[in-house]
Design a protein around this ligand. Structure first.
Ligand code: 2M8
Ligand code: MG
Ligand code: MG
Length: 270
């Protein structure tokens, strides 16, 4: 197995960002040699720090599947279409952030007071909107591929705004707090790219994917995985996964649900 996991609201508590309830299972997966691959809206800057805290040293995907980072040595060969950055091979699926901030500037004329993006928020604004510490908020602000937008208008207008963005070539994705505005990338595409590369490099080591997520921006990843696990959220209904042959839903929220469902799956394996 390979485990792909969302961070906020899944491996980390939606409100406190605590991962305590998931630590024993993370250690167990490490002992079993099962890779845990963060697949998150968070930035590369955030993930550098968070991976240390979680004790994870394998691949990870950032900014809703905009890029996947593969540490040197994880695969035997260099994955095709990747570039060397720090000590990782990086595959990018999206254009850079400024394209989307420019588009938002144009769209703003139609929804003048209804939204504010990360680029127009101060550090204090980001702290207030997320509950992150100032140091963490500074890392979240280092976006490379997209712009998180805080919606302040009505729900109906929000759907109109998202349609408007789609008509202009963007792919807006709803996260736990923000609408993430970026290009045609998603967490599912990043998962599929990784699994395809795994099969190419290790044709004799078959491997199945498990994905865990709590939000709408996780749907593509859940849909693409062999086993889809919906983690209960305190703020939104479970993401809608259609026609999946192996989709489960936790009874507990966040990291407790993460621990619950992976414990269940491991028990079924033995
Ligand atoms: C944002 O991502 C979450 C993901 O669900 C959201 O939309 O609520 C991003 O800005 C991320 O970088 C940040 O760490 C997170 C903090 O809640 O918010
Ligand atoms: Mg989430
Ligand atoms: Mg997320």
């Amino acid at each position: 197995f390979v485990v792909f996991t969302d961070m906020d609201g899944t491996l980390l508590d939606h409100h406190t960002y605590s991962m305590d309830a998931a630590i024993p299972m993370l250690n167990r997966l490490k002992q079993l040699g099962i890779p845990v691959i963060p697949n998150t809206s968070k930035t590369y800057a955030e993930m550098r720090v968070l991976r240390e805290t979680l004790g994870l040293d394998g691949p990870f995907c950032v900014e809703n599947g905009a890029a996947i980072h593969i540490p040197h040595g994880f695969f035997e060969q260099k994955p095709p279409g990747t570039q060397w950055q720090d000590d990782h091979w990086v595959h990018q699926f999206c254009s850079r952030k400024h394209y989307w901030t420019n588009l938002l500037r144009q769209v703003k004329e139609r929804y003048p007071d209804s939204f504010v993006g990360f680029s127009d928020m101060s550090l204090d604004d980001i702290v207030a909107a997320t509950g992150l510490s100032p140091a963490q908020a500074a890392l979240a602000a280092q976006r490379q591929y997209g712009e998180p937008v805080l919606w302040r208008g009505s729900e109906q207008q929000k759907q109109q705004f998202m349609d408007d963005l789609r008509q202009n070539g963007a792919t807006p994705l709803q996260g736990g707090r923000f609408i993430h505005v970026s290009g045609d990338c998603n967490k599912g595409q990043a998962l599929r790219w990784f699994m395809q590369e795994w099969r190419r490099q290790y044709p004799h080591k078959p491997c199945r994917s498990i994905a865990l997520g709590d939000g709408n921006n996780d749907i593509a990843m859940l849909q693409a995985a062999d086993v889809a696990i919906r983690i209960l959220s305190p703020v939104n209904p479970p993401p809608t996964v259609q026609g999946h042959p192996h989709c489960l839903t936790s009874t507990l929220e966040g990291p407790a649900g993460w621990n619950e469902m992976l414990t269940q799956l491991l028990e079924q394996q033995v």
